[in-house]
Design a protein around this ligand. Sequence first.
Ligand SMILES: Cc1cc2nc3c(=O)[nH]c(=O)nc-3n(C[C@H](O)[C@H](O)[C@H](O)COP(=O)(O)OP(=O)(O)OC[C@H]3O[C@@H](n4cnc5c(N)ncnc54)[C@H](O)[C@@H]3O)c2cc1C
Length: 445
Amino acid sequence: MKLSGWGRYPITKTQTTYATQPGLVASSIEAEKTTQIARGLGRSYGDSSLAEHSINLSKMDDFISFNEINGQLTCAAGVSFAEILRVFVPKGWFLPVTPGTQFITVGGAIASDVHGKNHHIEGTFCEQVSSLKLCLASGEEVECSKVHHPHLFRATCGGMGLTGIILQATFTLKPIESAYIKETTIKTTNLAETLAKFEEHASATYSVAWIDCLATGKQLGRSLLMLGEHASPQKTEQTQQKPPFQDSQTAKTSKFNMPFDLPSFTLNSFTVKAFNALYYGKVRQTQSERLVHYAPFFYPLDSIQNWNRMYGKNGFVQYQFVIPKSAGLKGLTEILTEIANSKRGSFLAVLKVFGKANDNYLSFPEEGYTLALDFKMDNTLLAFLDKLDEIVLHYHGKLYLTKDARMSEQMFKQSYPQWQEFQKIRYQYDAQTCFNSLQSKRLGL
Ligand SMILES: Cc1cc2nc3c(=O)[nH]c(=O)nc-3n(C[C@H](O)[C@H](O)[C@H](O)COP(=O)(O)OP(=O)(O)OC[C@H]3O[C@@H](n4cnc5c(N)ncnc54)[C@H](O)[C@@H]3O)c2cc1C
């Protein structure tokens, strides 16, 4: 079958095996010794879950145990974040870290070492994982954690499926008192103000800014900064006259569907500029507050099924980089100016602050600012992104592997200095003979 990541670029021919139980993973590895890679729900954007053979774990989705006192959950790697929320929010528990979609698997979250809007406080998802079970190239299953096989653990967390197949994991959910978020929106007029507001609200549990990436001159970097706190039951009942967990089982997702590919001319600098002006303009006050269900706060895009078709049949590339705080204003200004001058619109332009890096070999977050942008694929895009790469490298930044579809080997090796330690672990466990993706080949792993 033909398969792609969420960006629908690139597309490749793949044979897929659906693993429904751990024993089948080992036999599938044995049967396909050559080039295979794990796949969850395919929400990585580029080619990290693409290979000649893919082992799909999304049907291996059992909950194994839950400790109601401390929130420790053990589940199979194919359990989705959406399922965890559906089951556990009504019981008063929430994911400790969640990305901007709930349609990902636990295995995918670990392999990408995903981050959320609370990285500055909680770190990455893997920092909440106490142990995981991995199926190696030999078919052997090993339990690893910070104590047992710590190097294998560090290589697997953020290792893009290149050390083996994650079968199950144990991590801790966090207690909540309602399914609602107290959201504060702050409207800023330029980039310096946006960064200053992030600093001013560094203690907010969740923070994220949508940037109008086509604004130029004095308005460059104007944004809507969204802050969030889990709401108390009193607040929920007062404001909504609803019990604290009502609606949590029917997470407000997938109301709309994008039934077909939009023609590629639909998205252009005029339409994106018009959308951005409307979106920014609809917020009138400099600061406002509201109570929202967790779904629209964390997962606004999940409400439109197949929204990735909006970019037309050629797909799109998501470009997400991080640059150190010291380079922040200068580096971001240079990149936003380059984008605005190129007249390439991105509906999505999301800025977050990262806290300290962890010690996983290929983990993405590092203390600084991270910006994610979507660009429609056309025949000049790749050359344009090469230009952005130069700026990112100049400011000692790097790109996020789970979003990547086109980074050069040279850029990868320069910006992920621990790649050699990572390779050593792969060789130690013979993983390179078995687990390879289109991405790992492109990056010279
Ligand atoms: C709308 C949207 C918003 C997003 N927002 C964020 C965000 O805010 N923060 C963030 O960090 N990410 C974000 N992402 C990216 C997403 O969280 C990651 O790509 C995640 O890894 C996808 O999980 P998946 O189950 O779909 O994995 P896939 O896309 O199927 O695979 C991703 C990688 O994980 C590996 N993998 C999957 N399952 C296993 C397994 N069982 N064992 C070993 N390796 C495995 C694959 O080989 C591949 O390398 C977003 C994606 C979308 C579409």
